[in-house]
Ligand binder design. Structure first.
Ligand code: AHR
Length: 515
């Protein structure tokens, strides 16, 4: 067949065009300016949490009599895996558990401690892991302890005496008791929570915002008068369900407590109940919204206050949690969520969000450390690292210093909840000449070729690349399989430009020197 000139050129160009249209790589462009600082990244955003819940403490960090534990009952393998996460602040004893925890049950000789009915999660609490065990565990981990006081069924005096027991150097009945129990020096615990999720009807001792505000204020006064150096964290919103007035709760609580607290705690768990990958990957956009709204409420509460008083956000429970959830979760083997690659990517985007709001989010605690919605999964024989362990570890070890505001141009998509979502999600940290860029490619099927361009400095030397990925978005790890983990290599950058192709469904950390 002989083609006319027109037909020939149509065929020649049309076919490759169709081919090109299918294969055209997605491209993104990011500008980096080390002078465009959002704020100082507080290392305490890499916190974690252990609660007397399921097998987090009993059978998690603490297993008396196990060959894997030391003489005090601490699981050596769990401690080791936890240390590698670089946990900067550890919250305890709950969670919902804290709202009926009477700390004096958990001190003194272990065998003499009273077992109590545990109503939050439907077990019996042995009290064999108490204040001394927690603070010793925190010391062994090299982490800052954070104790959540019982403002549910507890009293003002109980909260005040807990601070006195832990922190006072005076000779008092409380400090004599501490010494009698084997600890001469005070521990000096700085971070204290004024109750947990007091806005939730599920909470033991749940109150209205007004009642909580008044009650917490009296506790706060006594705790600060006992030790003025303590930092107090009020229970902000955790109940975002239909009909809940989460902004109203925060507004009222801030009004009562604004002169006494240092942080407002907020909680957020996300999930993929609809099995909608694209939408699930936008969970961080919801987090961004809640941070911005809460920041506005804090600013409003502090407006007109004399001096430089600041209140920060403590995101002291956050994670993916939706499978092992609901009324059936009562007893010992509960909340044992198994994580996959898409969960790990969501965790990376939530961490990006904390960094992108570094000026106001100053504490964050992943919930929880072991077995219970956790990055570490242990049984009586050993442990494995869940998918979410890997992004958390990379962030905690590398993303420090100043958070930078990035200019990011990326292809976008639409979901059930959001109309305009960038496929690339990123944050950047700059610390003494080292630049760390964290990037999630939300695209399930396509790589995104990206050019990073520095505005004020030059790349110098090799760039470390650490990528968390796996065969499929649903890939999980187990005791004998590690499908999702960090793979490390190096690449090169040239002058002001760094080019990198981010594979589909991946989280990548790039670490470069700037000069
Ligand atoms: O982390 C699990 C539970 O989630 C905590 O006990 C509670 O504070 C929240 O609802």
């Amino acid at each position: 067949m002989i083609l006319s000139r027109r037909q020939f050129s149509k065929t020649l160009f049309a076919a490759p065009f169709v081919l090109r249209a299918q294969q055209e790589p997605l491209r993104a462009h990011v500008k980096i300016d080390t002078e465009r600082v959002i704020g100082d990244i507080d290392p305490k955003i890499y916190g974690n949490f252990i609660e007397h819940l399921g097998r987090c403490i009993d059978g998690g960090v603490f297993e008396e009599g196990s060959p894997l534990s030391d003489a005090n009952g601490f699981r050596r393998d769990v401690l080791d895996a936890a240390k590698k996460l670089n946990v900067t602040i550890l919250r305890w004893p709950g969670g919902n558990f804290s709202s009926n925890y009477h700390w004096k049950d958990g001190i003194g000789p272990r065998d003499a401690r009273p077992p109590r009915l545990e109503m939050a999660w439907g077990t019996v609490e042995s009290n064999r892991f108490g204040t001394h065990e927690f603070l010793q565990f925190a010391e062994m981990m090299g982490t800052e302890p954070y104790i959540c006081a019982n403002l549910g069924t507890g009293s003002w005096q109980e909260a005040q005496q807990w601070v006195e027991y832990c922190n006072s150097s005076e000779d008092t009945a409380m400090t004599r008791l501490r010494k009698q129990n084997g600890r001469a020096r005070p521990w000096k615990v700085t971070y204290w929570g004024l109750g947990n999720e007091m806005d939730g009807p599920w909470q033991m001792g749940h109150r209205s915002a007004e009642d909580y505000g008044k009650f917490a204020l009296e506790a706060a006064k006594l705790m600060k008068w006992t030790d003025p150096s303590v930092k107090l964290i009020a229970a902000g919103s955790s109940n975002f369900g239909p009909g809940s007035d989460w902004t109203g709760w925060n507004r009222t609580v801030l009004e009562y407590l604004k002169t006494h607290i240092d942080y407002l705690a907020i909680h957020m768990y996300v999930g993929n109940r609809e099995n909608d990958y694209g939408d699930f990957l936008t969970s961080s956009l919801e987090l961004d919204r809640r941070i911005k709204t809460t920041e506005g409420l804090i600013d409003a509460a502090l407006s007109g206050q004399p001096g430089q008083r600041r209140i920060y956000i403590a995101w002291d429970e956050w994670n993916v949690w939706y499978r092992a959830r609901g009324a059936k979760e009562r007893g010992r083997r509960i909340l044992e969520e198994r994580y996959n690659l898409e969960d790990a990517l969501v965790v990376a985007t939530l961490l990006n969000s904390f960094i992108n709001h570094a000026h106001v989010v100053k504490i964050a605690n992943m919930a929880q450390l072991v077995n219970v919605i956790a990055p570490i999964f242990a049984n009586e024989k050993g442990l494995f690292l869940q998918t979410i362990y890997y992004p958390l570890q990379l962030f905690a070890h590398n993303s420090k210093g100043k958070a930078l505001a990035l200019f990011l141009e990326s292809p976008r998509y639409k979901t059930r909840r959001f109309d305009d979502v960038p496929y690339l999600d990123a944050s950047a940290a700059y610390d003494g000449g080292t630049l760390v860029i964290n990037v999630v490619n939300r695209h399930r099927d396509q790589a995104i070729e990206t050019v990073f361009e520095t505005q004020d400095k030059q790349f110098s030397g090799a760039v470390d690349v650490a990528e968390v990925n796996g065969p499929d978005i649903k890939s999980e790890n187990d005791f004998d399989t590690t499908n999702v983990r960090t793979i490390q290599r190096t690449t090169k950058a040239d002058g002001r430009q760094l080019r990198h192709s981010f594979p589909p469904h991946s989280y990548t950390m790039l670490k470069a020197k700037l000069a």
